[in-house]
Write a protein that binds this ligand. Structure first.
Ligand SMILES: Cc1cc2nc3c(=O)[nH]c(=O)nc-3n(C[C@H](O)[C@H](O)[C@H](O)COP(=O)(O)O)c2cc1C
Length: 205
């Protein structure tokens, strides 16, 4: 294990599947290592198999591969906030996650749509880990700029941009972003968000 870039969940109180234990959100990408197209298809396939309300599958993805589709990749990069763009410039794949806000058949509002695209993107990120890749979701981007750039209709809502690639050298990162690569990852304890009975009554282990 190196001194940096090996962030692990330090307080994993119970064993979970290795894919879950190993997934995290790094910022250090290898700018020179291309992601095989089959691996990209596999991570998208994982998103495809997420559950969704009425099986409506409201998720849509815009894929930018720096080698295969440079203008799309560039457009996604430029939609990101500067704080993300600075490290995403080394990510070979950028993928925008967008949701249909209405049910496909009825056209009625689908209040579960953001939930479902989140589930699909979580599947996508776990499959990335399975493929030996790293993935980092971001909410800090200009959704209107993305909309304009890619002609996303009003009914669809951009939710995140996901950077995917192979792990790179954390020493290329600046300041706090470099320090964050080695920070201890933390989570609330189960008792603070799982209730047994009335609201706020903590789960008894
Ligand atoms: C919807 C969403 C938006 C996020 N936005 C950003 C972002 O704009 N920039 C960033 O560096 N990380 C972003 N993250 C990553 C989170 O900061 C990260 O998942 C969280 O700190 C937990 O760390 P972990 O993924 O390593 O477990 C986002 C994650 C999610 C799911």
């Amino acid at each position: 294990m190196t001194d940096i870039g090996e962030s692990t969940p330090q307080d994993l109180s119970l064993p979970v599947h290795p894919l879950i234990a190993e997934r995290w959100s790094p910022r250090a990408f290898d700018a020179h290592r291309v992601v095989e197209h089959d691996k990209l298809l596999a991570v998208l396939e994982a998103a495809r198999w997420a559950p969704s309300c009425y099986n409506d599958q409201p998720w849509r993805y815009i894929v930018g591969d720096r080698l295969r589709s440079p203008p799309i990749w560039q457009g996604l990069l430029e939609s990101l906030a500067e704080v993300n763009r600075i490290w995403c410039q080394r990510a070979p794949l950028l993928i925008a996650a967008i949701t249909d806000t209405c049910f496909e058949q009825s056209g009625e509002p689908n209040r579960w749509a953001p939930h479902d695209v989140g589930a699909a993107s979580a599947y996508l990120c776990l499959e990335a880990v399975h493929q030996g890749l790293i993935a980092h979701q971001m909410g800090n981007f200009d959704a209107d700029a993305l909309r304009r750039r890619f002609g996303i209709p009003e009914r669809y809502m951009p939710m995140s941009i996901i950077a995917i690639g192979y792990p790179g050298d954390p020493h290329l990162l600046d300041g706090w972003q470099r320090a964050a690569e080695n920070a201890t990852r933390q989570r609330r304890p189960l008792e603070s968000f799982v209730f047994e009975g009335p609201w706020g009554e903590a789960l008894h282990r």
